[in-house]
Design a protein around this ligand. Structure first.
Ligand SMILES: Nc1ncnc2c1ncn2[C@@H]1O[C@H](COP(=O)(O)OP(=O)(O)OP(=O)(O)O)[C@@H](O)[C@H]1O
Length: 242
């Protein structure tokens, strides 16, 4: 398998707090990998460094052989990384279709006009919002806003998709649909790194999992093995459960 993303000795300090400490792991082309860990373990900080929201204190983030650590978010996006946010970010005053068209307009091979509208409708259909492009983004339920945010991320045709708790807040039916949607992206060859607290989803979607605790990587391997690792169980549940 070809490595798409290689994280090497990544570190992030916020003043005296070391949020991410010497973390290294890789994601192969076409893999769906989970980045796990209890609250505050540094997962979102890793995602923020990969997507360029934060510059690392030290370490390398290598995408397809090129070190992208510290580049601005728009440059990283143009290199093929797209993400969703833990708290959804949308353009609330625009329609659903316009939100996606804005993403199509800002990608390297821009799409405009009818072409963009057609592509936006296709992407909305893909995420379960078919025929709803005319609606006001602000009127969508939270779950539908998440769907729309995913359509915006997919509009960039990323090589690597970062999903930060994209499945959280879904009811059981919606969760099943969401898992199917991410599965279908993976089946089409998309490389995905996802932060997720819903273990049912992690087991269903991810062949491999990386686990962090207090900024440090404590496990990396096949998902079933990692979730059965006593060190991981202790990190999530505390001593007495391993
Ligand atoms: N911008 C920031 N400034 C200062 N400290 C920060 C900042 N962002 C994150 N932190 C701190 O870094 C640590 C790791 O936070 P992070 O959000 O990466 O954890 P997480 O594993 O994603 O947690 P959760 O599962 O709760 O989202 C925490 O102690 C957090 O308070």
């Amino acid at each position: 398998m070809t490595t798409l993303l290689k994280i090497q000795n990544l570190k992030k300090q916020f003043g005296g707090l070391t949020a991410v400490n010497d973390v290294s792991f890789s994601v192969a082309e076409g893999e769906t990998v989970a980045l796990l860990g209890p609250n505050g373990s540094g997962k979102t900080t890793v995602i923020n460094m990969i997507s360029g929201a934060f510059a690392p204190t030290s370490g390398r983030i290598v995408l397809a052989g090129e070190n992208i650590a510290g580049l601005a978010p728009n440059r990283i996006a143009h290199k093929g990384i797209a993400r969703t946010f833990q708290l959804v970010r949308i353009l609330p005053s625009l329609s659903v279709a316009e939100n996606v068209m804005a993403a199509l307009a800002f990608r390297p091979n821009h799409l405009w006009g009818t072409e963009a509208r057609d592509r936006a409708e296709h992407l909305l259909l893909e995420v379960g919002l078919g025929g709803r492009g005319h609606e006001h983004a602000n009127d969508l339920t939270y779950i539908d806003q998440k769907r729309m945010e995913l359509a915006r991320a997919l509009a960039a045709e990323p090589r690597l998709l970062l999903l930060d708790e994209w499945l959280s807040g879904l009811n059981p039916t919606e969760l099943g649909v969401g898992i199917d949607l991410i599965t279908s992206l993976g089946q089409r060859g998309m490389t995905i790194l996802l932060v997720e607290h819903i273990m049912e989803a992690v087991r269903a979607l991810c062949s491999r999992a990386v686990v962090m605790n207090v900024g440090t990587k404590i496990a990396d391997g096949p998902t079933a093995d990692v979730l059965a690792d006593p060190a991981v169980i202790v990190a999530y549940l505390g001593d007495g459960h391993a």
